[in-house]
Design a protein around this ligand. Structure first.
Ligand SMILES: O=C(O)CCC(=O)C(=O)O
Ligand SMILES: [Fe+2]
Length: 308
């Protein structure tokens, strides 16, 4: 059972009737069941799907890099923010620093390794392929990610590209895990409006943020939005090894990180597609340009943690 009092968005506690838990699926379900559920709900929540040692190794690897720049206290695995940073003094190039964190051996083993790929093969019903460009998100207290759809960032092959959101360690509700809007993969007014702008997004990549609803104009309060749509905000106390897969048409953001011990919420999100589908070159290779053409530089995580 989730504790609704821990659901907070932008400093407000979400009314209990607007909170819900994610529907849990299991790897013991048949592949077809998993695939149908993803299509129906817009997401698939799999407990204990990934290798716990791989998850913890990735957590330690990333937080150790943040210990080295005085952003996280030792021991790294605890992930407690210091409130300080010497990243800008130590790293000549902040983008290169974050790219190297994102390319660490342990995080790549987790996100691109055999175990995760086998799970994603089942989700697709065929061989899958992860994108090289991936987001690692350390999120300090006070942070929440605004509501958005991922679709505009991955317009090409978008019906076959899925986001794999991986908690790197336990993420209880108070640490601000990912949150999905129930039924949002069927909000046809929003989805068709977004798809209608695909051509413009392709021509002008910076437009994607606006269309994803990240724009200031759309900057919607998740609580008000859920009320208006008579929907609910779904999340979970995530454990080591859990995996959340969702479609580009699932509206999501995160809860507030209101950890009372200043713990940084750490996750990674990587997009998969069937191996048989042609790749979108922006997200593959040793120097992916990403949607905005600036590679890793467009990621918030490139900034020293206190400035994010
Ligand atoms: O982890 C978050 O706060 C947001 C993640 C996200 O937007 C995604 O995985 O697409
Ligand atoms: Fe997203």
């Amino acid at each position: 059972m989730i504790d609704a009092t821990q659901f907070k968005v932008r400093g407000r506690t979400v009314p209990a009737e607007l909170c819900g838990e994610l529907r849990e699926s299991s790897l013991s379900d048949a592949d077809e069941v998993l695939q149908q559920r993803l299509q129906q709900d817009g997401y698939l929540f799999l407990r204990s799907a990934l290798d716990q040692d791989e998850v913890l190794a990735a957590r330690e690897e990333i937080f150790q890099r943040m210990v080295d720049v005085d952003e996280v206290a030792s021991p790294a695995i605890d992930g407690i923010a210091t409130g300080r940073s010497c990243r800008a003094d130590v790293a000549d190039d902040l983008t290169a620093f974050w790219k190297s964190v994102s390319e660490g051996a342990a995080i790549r083993q987790l996100a691109h390794g055999k175990r995760t790929r086998e799970v994603m093969d089942r989700v697709y019903g065929e061989a899958s392929r992860p994108q090289d460009y991936m987001w690692i998100r350390p999120r300090k207290t006070g942070w929440s990610t605004g509501l958005h759809y991922d679709h505009p960032f991955f317009v090409q092959n978008s019906d076959r590209v899925f986001t794999a959101w991986i908690p790197l360690g336990e993420i209880p509700l108070c640490d601000g895990p990912l949150m999905l809007v129930e039924g949002s993969n069927e909000f046809d007014d929003l989805i068709s409006g977004m798809r209608a702008k695909d051509d413009d997004v392709e021509k002008s990549p910076e437009f994607a943020k606006e269309v994803a609803f990240f724009s200031e104009e759309w900057d919607r309060d998740a609580i008000e939005f859920a009320e208006e749509r008579e929907s609910r905000l779904l999340s979970e106390d995530f454990d080591v090894g859990d995996l959340l897969v969702f479609k580009m048409t699932a509206l999501h953001g995160s809860l507030d990180n209101h950890s009372s011990i200043g713990r940084v919420r750490l996750s990674c999100d990587v997009r998969f597609q069937p191996a048989s589908v042609p790749i979108d070159e922006r997200y593959f290779g040793p120097n992916p340009s990403g949607q905005e053409g600036t590679g890793y530089a467009s990621m918030n995580s490139c900034k020293p943690l206190p400035e994010q």
